[in-house]
Design a protein around this ligand. Structure first.
Ligand code: EPU
Length: 315
């Protein structure tokens, strides 16, 4: 007996089988899909699909997902809000894990602190702090990411960075063991937290201080105004490069006369030199080529090595 001819690539069947096998290990409310487009899950809006995509509904689901990846030797990646992420055009050959379900995105207020799940949106955290008259978290308002993503790269804006207000973290290692860690035990720097290269952030306890709701509102409005004045609204992944010690990357790129430089549908923003924006037609490859051009010019003309801030995955 011969199998009926299929119009689909054989790997699509494999991915569907793998999705079914993974779904069978998880609770019924977990989401598991194969061949999931990722462009719509990133603020840059480029890139190909993930072979498998999963939203675990509990920590146990996350443990089971990691075990599944281990058994099948599949690479995996934890996706936040996709605001600092470039997915390459052919997509990701592995499992993209998104902590978007309620058990990972709760925000609870206790004793001037906010216990936030990794999947909580920073903007929502900032609004929740304001609602409870807790100051010190206003700068989170303009960062378009999740708590987990922000922790991973110690994201910041307006002079603040998330680890300035973190008291402790809830972590899972890649074998599924969880632990609470005080931030005092962690090495943290500008846009880096090495512990989160080997652990998944499940959540954090963020510290506020009692404040006036009016002043908090005003400070958030002021941050928002500054941001809209200096940063583009078009799709981007925020700053493309980390600031090198010598000069802010945006200023350097501006001085090199690179604003407006274009590769395909990707160009350097006229508003801020460190933003690469997508005119709606860009591919990941356009963006990568533009980054290479910028890095090359910074190296050859100013002797400065620019390090990408944007995380790059896929093939
Ligand atoms: N500048 C220029 N030309 C430009 C851009 C900037 O001359 O095209 C100058 C500005 O006038 C200013 C200096 O460079 O004197 C620094 O610029 P800005 O104040 O915009 O700050 P930044 O260092 O470029 C950082 C973060 C941003 C964050 C802003 C505001 C990094 C890589 N970037 O930008 O974070 O929003 O401060 O607080 O640390 C991100 O990380 O994705 C991001 C957008």
């Amino acid at each position: 007996m011969t199998r009926p001819a299929s119009t689909q690539h054989p790997s699509a069947h494999d991915d569907r089988d793998a999705a079914n096998e993974l779904a069978a290990c998880l609770s019924p409310s977990a989401v598991v899909r194969s061949h999931e487009p990722l462009a719509k899950r990133t603020t840059l809006r480029v890139g190909g699909p993930a072979d498998l995509y999963v939203e675990p509904a509990s920590e146990e689901d996350l443990v089971q997902t990691l075990k599944f990846c281990g058994r099948r030797k599949l690479p995996w990646f934890v996706l936040g809000r996709g605001s600092n992420l470039l997915v390459k055009d052919a997509g990701f050959r592995g499992v993209v894990i998104c902590l978007a379900q309620p058990c990972f995105s709760r925000i609870e207020v206790e004793n001037q602190r906010l216990r936030c799940g990794a999947g909580a949106k920073l903007k929502v955290v900032a609004v929740e702090a304001k609602r409870n008259s807790l100051a010190g978290l206003e700068f989170l308002e303009g960062i378009p990411g999740s708590v987990g993503g922000a922790l991973r790269m110690n994201a910041g804006a307006m002079g603040g960075a998330i680890f300035d207000i973190v008291e402790s973290l809830r972590l899972m290692d890649f074998c599924g063991q969880t632990q609470e860690r005080s931030v005092a035990d962690l090495e943290v720097g500008y846009r880096r937290c090495p512990m989160l290269k080997t652990h998944i952030a499940l959540g954090a306890l963020l510290r506020g201080r009692p404040g006036s709701r009016d002043l908090i509102t005003r400070s958030m409005e002021e941050f928002s105004r500054k941001r809209w004045q200096s940063q583009p609204a078009a799709p981007s992944a925020g700053c493309a490069f980390k600031n090198p010690p010598q000069i802010p990357a945006g200023k350097l790129i501006d001085e090199l006369g690179l604003k407006g430089t274009r590769v395909g549908g990707a160009y350097v923003s006229a508003e801020h030199g460190n933003f690469i924006v997508n005119d709606g037609t860009a591919t990941a490859n356009d963006i990568l080529q533009l980054m290479d051009t910028i890095r090359h010019r910074a190296r050859t003309e100013r002797g400065i090595e620019l390090e990408t801030e944007v995380e790059i995955i896929g093939e």
